[in-house]
Ligand binder design. Structure first.
Ligand code: URA
Length: 240
């Protein structure tokens, strides 16, 4: 990897600014001052320092975001700001969201540059469990719970897998529920309720596999996953 690219990716400034640091002799590779910005280094093996600060290069990064409404789960969009724009301590351009939450859906979203993990979590064959909290206009009934368990039909002919619906409360004609689903069709939760003639008025993801949304994160806030959380996400044994 080129040294100027590595330093820019590590937050030492723009390409132009890091070239200046290199030219002025602030950068060492394995103890030797390096003055060529085109020089190649191996970030996993070489010891690279900027003004004696050691660069710790991470190949893969993993963030948990409490997604706010109004942000699109994409890396680019012409209409809405993207979830990637919320991660303002990341200096590379390879971050992407693992799957999609609708623009008006809130809650747990993982962002990473690890395509293999993303693929594992999104692969329909792996039935990754996802839990949502929702507010529903109207009264959700035990009959609805049974229908979710049997498998709701959406998009005219798509038979959803069995899903676990829990009624949390019913107040003033509004129901609060939690639902666990094992697939990720477009607008799935909203469509499942629509198939029963009910409207989702608020939707928030609270869990993906065994990874729970950190409730101390305010909407729009994010943090790195801990090693233990990452292990739980990667653990194949927790899948159905
Ligand atoms: N189901 C939906 O309808 N929307 C989401 O954002 C996620 C699941």
């Amino acid at each position: 990897m080129r040294i100027d690219k590595l330093l820019a990716h590590s937050g030492f400034g723009t390409r132009k600014e890091v070239k200046e640091l290199i030219r002025k002799g602030y950068v060492t590779v394995n103890g030797e001052i390096i003055k060529k910005d085109k020089a190649h280094v191996d970030p996993m093996r070489d010891e690279i320092r900027v003004d004696d600060e050691k660069i710790i290069y991470e190949e893969y990064v993993y963030y948990m975001l409490n997604k706010p409404s109004g942000y699109v789960s994409a890396t680019e969009d012409n209409v809405y700001p993207t979830v990637v724009e919320l991660i303002d301590d990341y200096y590379r351009d390879d971050l992407f969201p693992v799957g999609r939450l609708d623009v008006d859906t809130e809650g747990l979203l993982i962002l990473t540059n690890d395509g293999v993990l993303a693929h594992q979590l999104l692969s329909p064959k792996r039935h990754c469990p996802k839990v949502y909290y929702a507010k529903i206009k109207g009264i959700v009934t035990e009959d609805d719970v049974q229908k979710f368990l049997k498998g709701i039909v959406i998009n005219d002919d798509y038979q959803c897998q069995s899903a676990h619906l829990t009624i949390l409360s019913i107040n003033h004609g509004e129901s609060e529920i939690e639902v666990e689903i094992y697939e990720g069709k477009f607008h799935q939760v909203k469509k499942m309720f629509l198939a029963l003639g009910k409207e989702v008025t608020y939707l928030k993801r609270i869990r993906m596999k065994e990874l729970y949304l950190d409730t101390s994160l305010q909407l729009g806030e994010y943090r790195r996953l801990t090693d233990e959380e990452l292990d739980r996400l990667k653990d194949e044994s927790v899948l159905q």
